[in-house]
Design a protein around this ligand. Structure first.
Ligand SMILES: Nc1ncnc2c1ncn2[C@@H]1O[C@H](COP(=O)(O)OP(=O)(O)OP(=O)(O)O)[C@@H](O)[C@H]1O
Length: 259
């Protein structure tokens, strides 16, 4: 099924009040931010989408695909849901190399394109300051390398049209580029974030309060520019981080760029 859009039909907040936002549709290629203080219900919203809730979760929300109730088999079988999730606490446990893992994943998706491994690694290496080698065992990848690899893998190999991201702020990757990469592949992306680089690069963000969707804010052009500039600072910090990691010295000259 070609998933063009998903719709969240509002349910109830933690106090049993109907959510302010009654209907929210997210289309292919859009990135929706999810913001709100701790305990406001961000993860719960993402989880409702992951489960394709039909009034059967604590919030009583309902999720529609292309405006319709999704087929039962799609709800029951996680493989048929085609929803990819990326979270902060992600570690590879498999005892295999990056190349073996990517080939296995591509095979399981019946993708037999030459050079697919190199393509994913090349993309991943655009997102991380610490290059990944295809012979590297998965288990020794750093947090930033793992997440970069997963983002590139989702963009190139996984055919999940919906991507749910639970905070990638401290992941040590070029976040702005990572989100652009995913949405550029025509995916529906939802990202929980407190990070202005990410929150302001989305087209809209839903504000959560007391477990309910309080309002949807459209991002202004000015905010998008703020996000782009913050992203430059972010990438610069990443670069400085790598220099320190590899034992280099930093000088005040490095600061001239942004001060
Ligand atoms: N609509 C709701 N109705 C009832 N309970 C809810 C609702 N939304 C969230 N909750 C409950 O509130 C608690 C906090 O929700 P959740 O973990 O989703 O918040 P969060 O914003 O992701 O928090 P954090 O930023 O700390 O991760 C959870 O126990 C969750 O089950």
């Amino acid at each position: 099924m070609d998933i063009k859009e998903i719709t969240i039909l509002g349910g109830y907040d933690k106090f049993g009040n109907p959510e302010n936002v009654r209907e929210l549709t997210i289309k292919k290629g859009e990135i929706l931010g999810v913001v709100g203080p701790t305990g406001s219900g961000k993860s719960n919203l993402i989880s409702d989408i992951e489960q394709l809730a039909q009034g059967d979760t604590i919030s009583k929300r309902r999720i529609l695909i292309n405006g319709k109730v999704p087929p039962v088999e799609m709800r029951r079988d996680p493989r048929k849901r085609r929803i990819a999730q990326l979270s902060q606490n992600m570690h590879f446990l498999a005892d295999m190399t990056v190349e073996e893992f990517l080939l296995m994943h591509a095979k399981s998706r019946s993708i037999e394109k030459d050079g697919i491994v190199d393509k994913v690694i090349k993309l991943a290496n655009k997102l991380t300051g610490e290059p990944i080698d295809k012979d590297c065992p998965l288990t020794i990848l750093s947090g930033g390398q793992s997440r970069s690899l997963m983002v590139a893998d989702i963009a190139v190999i996984s055919d999940s049209p919906i991507v749910l991201i639970d905070e990638i702020e401290n992941a040590g990757i070029k976040k702005h580029e990572a989100l652009e990469l995913l949405s550029g592949h025509g995916k529906i992306v939802l990202v929980i974030t407190h990070d202005p680089v990410l929150a302001l690069m989305t087209d809209r963000r839903v504000v959560m309060k007391n477990g309910g969707m309080k309002e949807v804010i459209e991002t202004t052009e000015e905010e998008k520019e703020v996000s782009r500039r913050l992203s430059e600072i972010d990438n610069w910090m990443l670069m400085l981080r790598e220099k320190v990691r590899y034992g280099e010295r930093l000088t005040l000259k490095e600061l001239e760029l942004f001060c």
